[in-house]
Ligand binder design. Sequence first.
Ligand SMILES: Cc1ncc(COP(=O)(O)O)c(C=O)c1O
Length: 361
Amino acid sequence: MIMSNSLHGGDTSRAAREYGLSERDIIDFSASINPLGPASGVYRAIEEELWRIRHYPDPDCGELPLLLSEHLGVKRENLLLGNGGAELIYILPRALKIQRALVLAPTFSEYAQAVQAAGGRVQYLVVDGSDPALLAEKAANHLLGCDAVFLCNPNNPTGHLLDLPALFPLLEAAKAAGSVVVVDEAFMDFVPGREKFSLMSLACTRPGLVALYSMTKFFGIPGLRLGAAVAGPETIDRLKRLKDPWSVNTLARVAGEAALKDKKHMEDTLRTVLEERSYLFSELLSIPGIKPLPSAANFLLVDISGTGLAPGSLVEKMGRRGILARNCSNFHGLEIPCIRLAVRNRAENQTLLRVLESVIR
Ligand SMILES: Cc1ncc(COP(=O)(O)O)c(C=O)c1O
């Protein structure tokens, strides 16, 4: 039986069950998480603070807002922490009363799910992010009647990165159309020189612009759930009113604080991901039938049309050998057969390459 593949990557327990493997023997390339794992201080902080779980979490999240605001270069009052970026994605359409949203596809599916779950409608616009200026122009021309446009930068699953010269005209067009711009920067920590691409600080002062952030990928703590929204105080207030006050639990909070204090781990992470991404990219290029696409994030979208295999079948064959890849067939607007591979450490990347080659040949 071909594994139906989860809606998202990272479902290692289900893969272990379906492929008859132990979860510990699986290398997960389907979720794009820091290959170094969390900083060692994160584990220590959790152990030391474990006694706190008998109490409610601090609704103000201790030192975390201050540390995160410094990391992102924004003020504390412009920041709202949540149970992963996903919690805030789901609150947004209700908080901002989004009835009709433009979603630039292919992209992360939860924007559309969240809008629909709040009773709104989604209009997809399939765009080619390899030309940021063209993408922005095309999006600007489709804003009429939309209360909001969702962008992901860098984009999941393509890895395309939009720069500020492309984004500014789109912001202006959205302002003229009365649409809110929601920019999800879940993978921006993997981009060196982020100030040329990030709208975080602008989101604090510009009405109609909301930025989303995730701590789960770069800091390697997806199991703990930690994310944020950045916006002007009025939008933050609206979001806060719909949020469970304790959604950031104590262990996530202390883990986030420890993670943000370890600058060395952040530097090591960035260096490793950049080195390994370029290694993986060039090695993948040499495998017949597959074509990795250039990416600004910690994953590569890989066109597998030359293999003659469907993504689900390739993912299953790799999965049986303990390598989880993301089947991209359920990304709206992605016409070519693709898988998405996270960038992991050298030994794991080599295992992936060996398995991929043997499955394809
Ligand atoms: C683009 C994007 N945004 C947000 C999220 C959700 O992140 P979190 O784990 O912080 O909820 C994901 C998760 O894969 C993602 O790919």
